[in-house]
Design a protein around this ligand. Structure first.
Ligand code: ADP
Ligand code: MG
Length: 397
């Protein structure tokens, strides 16, 4: 990685501003899932061990630039204190006199959490004066560990880097960049990309970019139907984006001329909408009118799994069906098992995307995947070949 890492920093006795992703779910004023907090612990512990004075900032939810107690990070300070086994101070505003005083009162290894940066509209506007106020809380050292926010040019992610001497990646950020970076710049081959999920329009850039980089692509989920329909196949009431049919047809043509291996489902599990209680499985060509495709079928699962078993690098984004309903989860769960098995056999596997990650967790094989990306939108933009402003802004090593 060409960017500065927290491991490169001299932090003893210095106030270090660390942008984390504590955007956790709250339930009745308590943190109901502390995964995101636990994921930053290695970074925080490293800073503490090195004698830094930690000033932590995050957003939580979408308070739209106004103070809204529903989105207060106060419960997170309590939870973090528990996890670190030491008190965590809290500043009720992320800028201003109180935050400054509290940051100055820190001693080596002590931790201060600032209130939600999105209580100020200047955060999302990347306002320079606001960024400067944030920077005033540290001694010219900024660490970004919020990979999930790196695709947003916000003040606490990008703006602040203009007002500090060093901007480094935290350990979580570094891990994401190393895994995703290797997959798209120097993958072991064959490199197989698996794409699914709700919409072609969400992922079109990812499809285009990975078609350039991968050796094969497997497409399932709702987005497959726009591709199938573009070939004149019957899809019943399955989700099709009619304004994307030309685009889909163009991509399939490109794949054909380049002899790029692009596989679409050959069969599927259908339900008669709107009542999803009766299901049946047919070949795509035999799709009955009025029925909706909600999962890939057994022949598709077998073909896709076969491709996965030959891969040395696998990138997967997007469930292959409506996995939230057990009747339509088989394709996604089978894919999770196939990816896990290939990984055990030596392949490198990366899963990204909020729902895909949830599906893999649900499958019980998550621990066998090489890398589960925490950044939904950010990992998609990265895989689409875009530069992330929050990464670009970090100092070169
Ligand atoms: P990710 O969050 O991993 O990027 P997406 O948000 O793009 O994934 O897609 C996930 C959603 O797609 C899930 O809610 C799932 O139910 C839905 N989905 C997948 N396949 C189908 C399908 N055939 N019909 C309708 N919805 C589907
Ligand atoms: Mg999603």
């Amino acid at each position: 990685m060409s960017k500065l890492s927290i491991r490169d920093l001299e932090m003893s006795g210095k106030r270090v501003f660390i942008r984390v992703d504590f955007n956790v779910p709250l339930d009745g004023g308590r943190v109901s899932d502390d995964t995101r907090i636990r994921e930053t612990l290695p970074t925080l512990r490293l800073a503490i061990e090195r004698g830094a004075r930690l000033v932590l900032a995050s957003h939580l939810g979408r308070p739209k630039g106004k103070v809204d107690p529903k989105y207060s990070l106060a419960p997170v300070a309590a939870k973090l204190g528990e996890l670190l086994g030491k008190p965590v101070a809290f500043a009720a505003d992320c800028v201003g006199a109180d935050a400054e005083a509290k940051s100055k009162a820190l001693r080596n290894g002590e931790v201060l959490l600032l209130e939600n940066v999105r209580y100020h509209a200047e955060e999302e506007a990347n306002d320079p004066a606001f960024a400067k106020q944030l920077a005033a809380l540290c001694d010219q050292i900024f660490v970004c560990d919020a990979f999930g926010s790196a695709h947003r040019a916000h003040a606490s992610v990008v703006g602040i880097t203009k007002f500090v001497r060093q901007s480094a990646a935290g350990l979580l950020m570094e891990k994401e960049l190393t895994h995703l970076g290797r997959a798209i710049s120097n993958p072991e081959r064959p490199f197989v990309a698996v794409l699914g999920g709700a919409k072609v329009s969400d992922k079109i850039e990812v499809v285009q970019n990975l078609m350039k980089l991968a050796d094969a692509m497997l497409i399932g989920g709702a987005m497959a139907y726009t591709f199938l329909r573009s070939q004149g196949l019957p899809v019943g009431k399955s989700l099709v984006e009619n304004d994307k049919l030309d685009l889909a047809r163009g991509l399939l043509e490109e794949a054909r001329t380049r002899k790029f291996r692009l596989l679409l489902p050959v069969d599927h599990v259908l339900a008669e909408s709107p009542d999803f209680s009766t299901t049946k499985t047919t070949d795509i060509a035999d799709t009955p009118d009025g029925w909706m495709g909600l999962d890939v079928g057994p022949r598709t699962i077998a073909q896709f799994s076969q491709e996965i078993s030959k891969a040395r690098t696998i990138v997967w984004n997007g469930p292959l069906g409506m996995f939230e309903k057990p009747a339509f989860a088989q394709g996604t769960l089978a894919m999770a098992r196939a990816v896990a098995a290939a990984t055990v056999a030596g392949a490198t596997s990366i899963v990204g995307g909020g729902d895909s990650v949830a599906a893999v967790e649900q499958s019980g094989v998550a621990s066998q995947i090489s890398h589960i990306s925490t950044g939904g939108g950010a990992s998609l933009e990265f895989l689409a070949g875009e530069k992330l402003p929050g990464v670009e802004a970090l100092s070169e090593r």
